[in-house]
Design a protein around this ligand. Structure first.
Ligand code: SF4
Ligand code: SF4
Length: 88
């Protein structure tokens, strides 16, 4: 099975793991991942509940992800899921 790979500056091959989902239930809406992502993949959302407002992060532009993993490393709640992507 072949996956999308990249090269480091010194031409070492690495396999990026791209974001596929964020667990809305465990997300506390802290925004750390949003600040970490340089590619505009994530979207800060708010949902009105009956007696409060829930803030959470959503994957908005999945196709723009470069698989750097920065968002997942900043998340204190382990909300992110990633996967390598197979080449067609
Ligand atoms: S893996 Fe990198 S590019 Fe993709 S959503 Fe996370 S921070 Fe953004
Ligand atoms: S860092 Fe984690 S808990 Fe904070 S907004 Fe992002 S997904 Fe939610």
């Amino acid at each position: 099975m072949a996956y999308i790979t990249g090269l480091t500056k010194d031409k070492q091959v690495w396999t990026p793991e791209f974001v596929i989902s964020i667990d809305k239930e465990t997300c506390i809406g802290c925004g750390r991942c949003f600040k970490a992502c340089a590619k505009g993949v994530l979207s800060f959302e708010e949902e009105e509940l009956h007696d409060s407002t829930k803030a959470y992060m959503k994957v908005l532009n999945q196709g723009k992800c470069i698989g750097c993993g920065a968002c997942g490393r900043t998340c204190p709640k382990g909300c992110f899921s990633f996967e390598a992507v197979e080449l067609p």
